[in-house]
Design a protein around this ligand. Structure first.
Ligand SMILES: *Cc1c(COP(=O)(O)O)cnc(C)c1O
Length: 410
């Protein structure tokens, strides 16, 4: 099966199906049983079944199975948001005294989360560039994971997952990849050596900008019983399933990070058109990026342009695609604001992965709590605009940006 067929046909209907073409919304909190004995079994993982939607739900389960299949993982856990997916993953692995190697080009919320974790004795070591060499040099005996985005949002630096995973394997630590901006259409990080993949499914997987949500996929490739993770305790005996089992039974469940059945349903609907949407978004992004490259007064950053330092990596790792985010620099904050205010089609909004084109000035919004140094390390300048390219007609988008650039006197 090729990609688009697999989106529709990989996961077979549930055995309780009545022939519904997509999984229905089980909008309930609890599931009743005929006997106390039965509920006891479900609670103790001795019988399959659902007890309470914070812990599991058939619609959520259907979504998780689709994502696990799509990424080639042994299982997936859906979460209330992308940030819930990231925080649950980190808290499932780490304890006080642990250190994580992290790229500076991360999403602003993730950078702030690492700062929050310092209050719990967890230290993040930020690297400008996360590669085999830099990771190997930075690892020490307290390092318990490497965390990177596959295509940094909004730095648009592309991570060499093969190289980084080699360094992780040598150090005996897991590689966690936030692949939100790359999407499973471009790349399956688990196949390149990542151990855990995270998506903010609020973005491309949902595709319609209608459901905050996230997902964690476990590749089943990491051995948690090496002695390096004493906090896994009894869970270590589950071998490759230890991460998923611990996650589901402890931190994810107990922080209440579950997704709502309705949002899981919206994501299932969105997922079915992921391939069609991404194809169009990438085409539009490349056309827009090429247009900006020809335009005086703006500079453009897009990994699929030969001018990008990540061009070769995008070629080998992402089959030459660059994702659907383009960033430009307009010359000054004032010009950037004027450009944005003059756009007819692009909405000024803090989101990516919608079918409609969205623009934002990251320095004054997503990175407003960051220091100047953090912003620059994340590729965010005072005059930067991030464009999340939608599925409109490329001609209309180019015409719109051309008139806004002229109106902003750039
Ligand atoms: C949006 C985003 C997140 C956070 O996801 P939410 O669903 O907003 O919580 C994390 N990582 C990346 C790369 C994102 O773009």
């Amino acid at each position: 099966m090729k990609f688009n067929t697999s989106l529709l046909h990989t996961v077979k209907p549930d055995k309780n199906s009545r022939g519904e073409t997509i999984p229905p919304i089980y909008q309930v909190s609890a599931f009743a049983y005929d006997s106390a004995e039965q509920l006891e079994k479900v609670f103790n993982n001795k019988a399959a079944g659902f007890s309470y939607t914070r812990v599991g739900n058939p619609t959520v389960d259907a979504f998780e199975k689709r994502i696990a299949a799509l990424e080639g993982g042994i299982g997936a856990v859906a979460c209330a948001s992308g940030m819930a997916a990231i925080s649950s993953t980190l808290l499932n692995i780490l304890q006080a005294g642990d250190e994580v190697i992290v790229s500076t080009g991360l999403f602003g919320g993730t950078i702030e989360l690492f700062e929050d974790l310092s209050a719990f004795g967890i230290t993040a070591h930020f690297l400008e560039s996360v590669t085999y060499e830099t990771v190997s040099a930075a690892v020490n005996e307290n390092t318990k994971a490497v965390f990177t985005e596959l295509i940094g949002n909004p730095k648009l630096d592309v991570a060499d997952i093969g190289g980084i995973s080699k360094a992780c394997k040598e150090a005996g630590i897991p590689l966690i990849v936030d692949s939100t901006t790359a999407t499973p259409y471009l790349v399956n990080p688990l196949k390149l050596g990542a151990d855990i993949v995270i998506h903010s499914t609020s973005k491309y997987i949902n595709g319609g900008g209608n459901s905050i949500s996230g997902v964690i996929v476990d590749g089943g490739s990491f051995k948690w019983n090496s002695g390096k993770f004493p906090n896994f305790g009894d869970f270590a005996k589950y071998g490759i399933f230890a991460f998923m089992f611990k996650l589901r039974n402890r931190i994810w469940r107990n922080t209440g990070s579950c997704i709502s059945p309705f949002n899981a349903y919206m994501n299932i609907v969105g997922l079915e058109t992921l391939g069609l949407r991404m194809e169009r978004c990438y085409d539009n992004a490349l056309k827009l990026a090429e247009f900006f490259e020809q335009t005086d007064g703006v500079t453009v950053n897009y990994p699929a342009l030969p001018s990008s330092p990540y061009y070769e990596l995008a070629k080998s790792e992402l089959s030459g695609r660059g994702g659907a985010i383009v960033t430009i620099r307009a010359g000054s904050r004032e010009k950037a604001f004027a450009l944005m205010n003059n756009l007819k089609y692009a909405s000024i909004a803090t989101n990516i992965g919608d079918v409609r084109t969205l623009v934002i000035h990251p320095a004054s919004t997503i990175y407003t709590h960051s220091t100047e140094q953090q912003r620059i390390s994340a590729g965010v300048y005072g005059d930067s605009i991030r464009i999340s390219v939608g599925i409109e007609d490329a001609e209309d988008l180019i015409e719109d940006f051309a008139q806004a650039i002229a109106a902003a006197k750039i």
